[in-house]
Design a protein around this ligand. Structure first.
Ligand SMILES: Nc1ncnc2c1ncn2[C@@H]1O[C@H](COP(=O)(O)OP(=O)(O)OP(=O)(O)O)[C@@H](O)[C@H]1O
Length: 254
């Protein structure tokens, strides 16, 4: 469903901006419906840049992304709108991702109205459904983001993404800003939604434990490239993946 080919992003770097920073330097992978690819690597490896490139938030230096056969970087008009709906991204900091001046009900209604997902009089009903899908009660409709916990806000961010009926989500460190006890609940929710809606996930994390627990396949990034890749169970033990094994055995804090 999602095919990433030889993706590159170079930023200007160095004095006078002459030496490029090769944040992403030839990354390729595919993800199928219902599957999770975990992208792991140390800080600065280029993981977040890959996530932003894939959903079209950052312009690439080179390479291509195909979603259901559509070229994400070349899409215009109706097709671009369709892709904006189908490919969503969830960020690390839910508080920052939600407008503090809007109530939860408004935050969830807005995309439904902008993208004409439901007729006006059914919006309220759909918002209640979305809240229920992410395990939140209808009484939160009138609350503001700052009146809720980090975990509740991340659930709202997930509900907002789901409102557009996506089939692919980039999860960029989705639980890093949350308490450990809440992290497991959010991953449980993401798993449940994935099974119900056959969503494909690109899970970005610096936490090896999280990625190996949650993802079906793992790609390990280092300095803009994928060094090692394979099924989570195989990558963790195969001698063909020395970098990953070193990371795992040393439990390096990435
Ligand atoms: N807008 C930008 N301008 C210049 N350099 C950038 C920009 N965004 C990222 N970089 C650089 O690109 C490289 C990769 O950054 P990126 O945030 O993708 O890494 P990461 O693996 O997600 O790291 P982290 O886990 O710390 O977020 C880093 O060297 C970073 O400084």
């Amino acid at each position: 469903m999602l095919e990433v080919r030889d993706l590159k992003k170079y930023f200007r770097g160095g004095l006078l901006g002459r030496r490029p920073v090769k944040a992403v330097d030839g990354v390729s992978f595919t993800i199928n419906p219902g599957y999770t690819l975990g992208l792991v690597g140390e800080s600065g490896a280029g993981k977040s840049t890959v996530g932003r490139l894939v959903v079209g938030l950052v312009r690439p230096t080179g390479g291509s992304v195909f979603y259901e056969g559509r070229d994400v970087f070349k899409a215009r008009g109706e097709e671009a709108l369709y892709l904006r709906r189908k490919m969503q991204i969830i960020f690390q900091n839910p508080q920052g991702a939600l407008n503090p001046r809007m109530r939860i009900g408004e935050i969830l209604s807005e995309p439904l109205l902008v993208h004409h997902m439901v007729r006006g009089r059914y919006v309220r009903e759909r918002v209640a459904d979305l809240l229920e899908m992410v395990g939140l009660g209808p009484e939160l409709y009138h609350r503001y983001p700052w009146e809720m916990s980090g975990g509740q806000n991340q659930r709202v961010a997930i509900a907002r993404a789901l409102s557009l009926e996506p089939s692919f989500l980039v999860l960029d460190e989705p639980t890093s800003a949350l308490d450990v006890s809440v992290q497991a609940q959010v991953f449980q929710l993401l798993k449940k939604i994935q099974q119900e809606m056959r969503l494909a996930y690109l899970l970005i994390s610096h936490d090896l434990d999280v990625v190996f627990r949650v993802a079906d396949e793992v790609a390990v990034m280092h300095r803009g490239r994928i060094l090692e890749q394979g099924f989570a169970s195989a990558v963790a033990i195969s001698p063909r993946h020395p970098y990953t094994i070193r990371l795992l055995s040393a439990r390096i804090a990435l």
